[in-house]
Ligand binder design. Sequence first.
Ligand SMILES: Cc1cc2nc3c(=O)[nH]c(=O)nc-3n(C[C@H](O)[C@H](O)[C@H](O)COP(=O)(O)OP(=O)(O)OC[C@H]3O[C@@H](n4cnc5c(N)ncnc54)[C@H](O)[C@@H]3O)c2cc1C
Length: 412
Amino acid sequence: MTKPHDIIVIGAALNGLAAALALGGRHVKRPLDVVVVDAKDPRAFSTNAFDGRASAITAAARRMFEALGIWDKVAHEAQPMAEIIVTDSAVPGGARPVLLQFGEADMKGGPSSHMIENRFLYGAMLEAAQASPHIRFCVGQAVEHYHFKPGLAAVTLADGTALKASLIVAADGRNSPAREAAGIKLVGWPYDQMGLVATVEHELPHNGRAEEHFTPSGPFAILPLPGNRSSLVWSERTEQAQRMLALPMEDFEEELKLRFGTHLGEVKLISGRHGYPLAMYLAETFTAPRLALVGDAAHVLHPLAGLGFNLGLRDVAALADCIHDAAGLGLDIGSEAVLDRYTQWRRFDTVATGAMMDGMNRLFANTNPVLTLIRRAGLLAVNRMGGMKSMFVSEAAGISGDLPRLLRGERV
Ligand SMILES: Cc1cc2nc3c(=O)[nH]c(=O)nc-3n(C[C@H](O)[C@H](O)[C@H](O)COP(=O)(O)OP(=O)(O)OC[C@H]3O[C@@H](n4cnc5c(N)ncnc54)[C@H](O)[C@@H]3O)c2cc1C
């Protein structure tokens, strides 16, 4: 057993790397001693073939990346969203009445979000974490055993390496073995939907416009990337999605074009395709003795508003405040008081956001004519109310509510 660390972060994907940087990165005022563990080698995550996804990074998340010294490494790969439109389509590829539109006039403090391919986020965060003398990596070995003891937490890796620390931060994804080992239950349900993800190139510029087309089988999102490219998140019923994934590539491209429409001219598929089962799950509690859950380990949402990773960053930023405040006072960073403060800070926001995403998915996936009328009338009414639209934009930008320091762009 090596000498105890301050923190063991399990998971070196988006949320694990963000946690490592917020606790032990070079831009942290008093960095803690962090060890990051992952069953996989995170260098593989920065290739496009890895997950093919792009993320909508909110204004608050951008401030956090600035405070952590990441933003200038990815800014040239980021596409600001200048406009967002929401349509309600009864049939794929059919007429799409625009019900809600947010333009530059509604986004007075700058764009509410930027689109960035995940491979660039993984690459920049990994490089920054590797550059910190306070962050050590132990990768290619899964954690096999967990010990949550009153005074200290410990893990054993598949090769027998034993690590101990004051606190374990579990960023080990939706099936979180750490959450399971601590006996934390999940509430939620799978949707009978998959998210198909692909990147396309189109003839005409998107001018920074993001489009969310609600169809009865789920939302079809066209999200702008730098150049004449867009990232697609196409939600379909599981059976239909699996049929799409099994099609020859040319046939898949034809199906995709049908849904995409012709408004951006000729469209060409320029990536592979990936399918993600969609679900909504919330951990019953975000902490256990000497353990804090962040990211998908704590919550999985429908990707219709592109908030999953942003919610993970909110966890990381709140946890960083709780831990650094305790460390600054010379207190135990894994104590119950620190973990209670973290749970209280994050629990309500997560439940509220999860319920909203779930409600929207259900409301729009419903073909009942009365509900269709109500949702269309509701969105058209919001579209005419300037104040209401600004409120939606602040929410989407993640700049409302009780923000931890990193989300305000301040160093911890
Ligand atoms: C289709 C789709 C589109 C999305 N779009 C957006 C978007 O636009 N904006 C947004 O904010 N979010 C979006 N999301 C959500 C976002 O992608 C996820 O919330 C985020 O990637 C989760 O990251 P994570 O680090 O928590 O978990 P993961 O990426 O699942 O990483 C978990 C890591 O833990 C490691 N691990 C697991 N078990 C062990 C073990 N026993 N030992 C060691 N290591 C272990 C794994 O190897 C892995 O590297 C989208 C999601 C989907 C499905």
